[in-house]
Design a protein around this ligand. Structure first.
Ligand code: AP5
Length: 216
């Protein structure tokens, strides 16, 4: 049976790290709107060019652009077996658009996993994040350092720090999350599909809690 999941939570809580693990475990595509937008920006597409301005400031990319982009991705054949949406929806307008699409197809979201952690944990995780621009592997300078400082263990490329992981932009991203995304927690709580996961612990403990939450 198809499994459709949403990962919700503040910037830096570890959604992407957990999404990669669970999507691989359940053999469903991991659809991260942040990753798709960064790939579009790197490719220099029209969407990427428009998105970049918002992303660098820590603002949300306009709903109509993101909704169209996700609709295109969900139309691909690999989504028939389900999918894990990471970082989408992020506004009520995006949630409404997703619900309309699901209703048209008589489909439903099985679970919304809401990952939570205090702001100081988020800031520490975001400030120390490093990523590989070649293979997409993720690291943290303290919690998950590469074997050789600044070099990807998997492909040997030089690791980079995301532009939106600078202190001022982190501050704005946390404010934008509180103003525009936090309302979705109540929305999905009311719908009965929300499961909160404490994301302050170690990666494997959180992964285990996420796996278990699908068994209930
Ligand atoms: P996006 O890329 O989605 O960023 P985000 O939601 O802010 O989330 P992050 O990717 O920063 O964090 P994460 O929770 O995935 O944490 P991670 O696993 O990497 O979006 C970027 C931008 O794109 C947005 O600001 C917006 O402009 C635009 N955008 C995207 N989607 C949009 C949408 N739907 N609508 C409009 N605009 C949109 O972990 C963080 C760090 O912590 C890593 O270094 C990791 O190694 C480390 N870590 C993870 N888990 C642990 C742990 N348990 N213990 C210690 N360290 C850990």
């Amino acid at each position: 049976m198809a499994l459709r999941l949403i990962f919700l939570g503040p910037p830096g809580v570890g959604k992407g790290t957990q999404a990669k693990l669970l999507a691989a475990d359940r053999e469903i595509p991991h659809i991260s709107t942040g990753d798709i937008l960064r790939a579009e920006a790197a490719a220099g597409s029209e969407l990427g060019r428009q998105a970049k301005e918002y992303m660098h400031k820590g603002e949300l990319v306009p709903d109509e652009l993101v909704v169209a982009m996700v609709a295109q991705r969900l139309a691909r054949p690999d989504c028939r077996a389900g999918y894990l949406l990471d970082g989408f929806p992020r506004t009520m307008a995006q949630a409404t658009a997703l619900e309309a699409r699901l209703a048209e197809r008589n489909e439903d979201v099985d679970r919304v996993l809401y990952f939570s952690a205090p702001d100081e944990v988020l800031v520490r995780r975001l400030s120390g994040r490093r990523t590989c621009p070649e293979c997409g592997a993720g690291y943290h300078v303290e919690a998950m350092p590469p074997e050789t400082d600044g070099v990807c263990d998997k492909c040997g490329a030089k690791l980079v720090q995301r532009k939106d992981d600078m202190p001022e932009t982190i501050k704005n991203r946390l404010e934008v999350y509180k103003a525009q995304t936090q309302a979705l927690i109540d929305h999905y709580k009311t719908a009965g599909s929300l499961i909160e996961i404490d994301a302050t612990g170690a990666v494997d403990e959180i992964a285990e809690a996420a796996r278990r939450s699908l068994e209930t």
